[in-house]
Design a protein around this ligand. Structure first.
Ligand SMILES: NC(=O)c1ccc[n+]([C@@H]2O[C@H](COP(=O)([O-])OP(=O)(O)OC[C@H]3O[C@@H](n4cnc5c(N)ncnc54)[C@H](OP(=O)(O)O)[C@@H]3O)[C@@H](O)[C@H]2O)c1
Length: 358
């Protein structure tokens, strides 16, 4: 149970994962490319450490081979994931990550056959993106097996970490119109801010949400097979700011400009503090509809997103190392079932909007 490597250990989310892992009796080896950041952490938690870059594939494969599992927490995963997947395949090591990037999910799916042949489990997205939404999507899809449309809305209030912001900066230039949806099984560009709608969440609050990309455009298609998927979120900026982003987004396609923006973010963005993580709540809504217009809805509320990422991620590690899942590339709900999210403290799922007693 203790023979696993945490890569990206000294990042904001990596540290939360260490806390959760240690509390549950694990002793992961801490890894990353900078030993000066690893050593103090390893000393603090009395854990082993390993300085390891992602550039040399053979070296990486040799380094991960002695471990049963790699928990990859270093993003942007568009840059970091594939070298680690290759190394895990070569080293016969299970792999989980906390990506939310659609292209990364799709890339991990390509390893399905190879993972199965080697009796390995590869799971992308064992964090807030996509554990709760994948579980909720499959919950409504299981109740309506002929569903052709899936809508998922996510209200996760609170600030983002530097890593999340920088991952978004990496993603933005790839989105032609600022957003994307899935139609007839294919990704379709979608103008940012268009098709906003009102959703009432289980805390009784009605919020305006708008189609924005979330990992489920890849994972829910994979796990439910529903061909039309829209993921909605509260637009994190005002409509004026959205127009500003649309105008200046092409600049982010220029690598030096993007790197400069990412350096500024890394220096200035800190992520939610302890109080925000302990008190924050996240709300989700799912609706599956079939061609006759029959709909099934469900609501979920759970803990703050970064805290959930650490809690769900460590539970995923435990389940894989306990042999509770089949081999292959899986989504979290495929691997652990639709009720996996309910194992996370304080999570509630509703078939009807609960009555709010004020
Ligand atoms: N799925 C979810 O719900 C969820 C939740 C939380 C975070 N995330 C994602 O997880 C990632 C990390 O987030 P964070 O908040 O922890 O960010 P962070 O504090 O900026 O940490 C990023 C970590 O990744 C490492 N890293 C970045 N590029 C690397 C590379 N090319 N090679 C090796 N290591 C590299 C960094 O090491 P250096 O300092 O050496 O660069 C650092 O350890 C982001 O992509 C974020 O979007 C997802």
């Amino acid at each position: 149970m203790n023979n696993w490597l945490l890569y990206g250990a000294y990042g904001y989310t990596g540290r939360l994962i260490i806390e959760e892992a240690v509390q549950r009796g694990h002793k992961p080896v801490l890894a990353g490319r900078n030993k000066d950041k690893l050593i103090p952490l390893a000393k603090l938690y009395d854990l082993g450490w390993l300085e390891l870059g992602l550039d040399d594939g053979d070296k990486l494969a040799t380094a991960v081979a002695p471990f049963d599992l790699v928990f990859h927490a270093a993003g942007p995963f568009t840059i970091t994931s594939d070298p680690m997947l290759r190394a895990c395949l070569a080293g016969k090591t299970h792999y989980v990550d906390i990506t939310g990037e659609i292209g990364v999910f799709e890339n991990t799916f390509h390893y399905d056959e190879a993972a199965r042949q080697n009796n390995l489990v590869f799971i992308s997205g064992v964090g807030f993106d996509v554990v709760p939404s994948d579980c909720l999507a499959n919950y409504v899809a299981d109740k309506l097996p002929d569903a052709t449309e899936l809508e998922l809305a996510i209200a996760a209030l609170g600030s983002a970490s530097a890593g999340t912001t920088n991952t978004m900066l990496e993603l933005l230039p790839t989105l032609k119109k600022g957003s994307v949806v899935r139609r007839n099984g294919r990704y379709q560009s979608h103008s940012i801010g268009q098709d906003a709608k009102q959703v009432t969440f289980s805390n009784g609050r009605t919020r305006t949400v708008t189609p924005l990309p979330w990992g489920d455009l890849a994972t829910a298609y994979r796990s439910t097979g529903i061909p039309n998927i829209t993921t909605y979120m509260i637009l994190p900026v005002s409509p004026t700011m959205a127009r500003f982003f649309r105008l200046y987004r092409p600049l982010l396609a220029i690598k030096p400009v993007r790197r400069l923006a990412q350096t500024i973010v890394a220096r200035n963005v800190t992520g939610p503090d302890e109080t925000a993580r302990q008190t924050g709540r996240s709300y989700l809504y799912a609706r599956a509809t079939n061609q006759r217009g029959t709909a099934v809805e469900a609501w979920l509320e759970t803990m703050e997103g970064y805290q959930l990422t650490a809690v769900a991620g460590v539970r995923a590690v435990e389940k894989i190392l306990n042999g509770e899942t089949t081999a292959g590339t899986l989504t979290p709900a495929q691997a652990f079932g639709v009720d996996f999210v309910l194992e996370i403290e304080g999570t509630k799922r509703f078939d009807k909007l609960p009555k709010i007693i004020s």
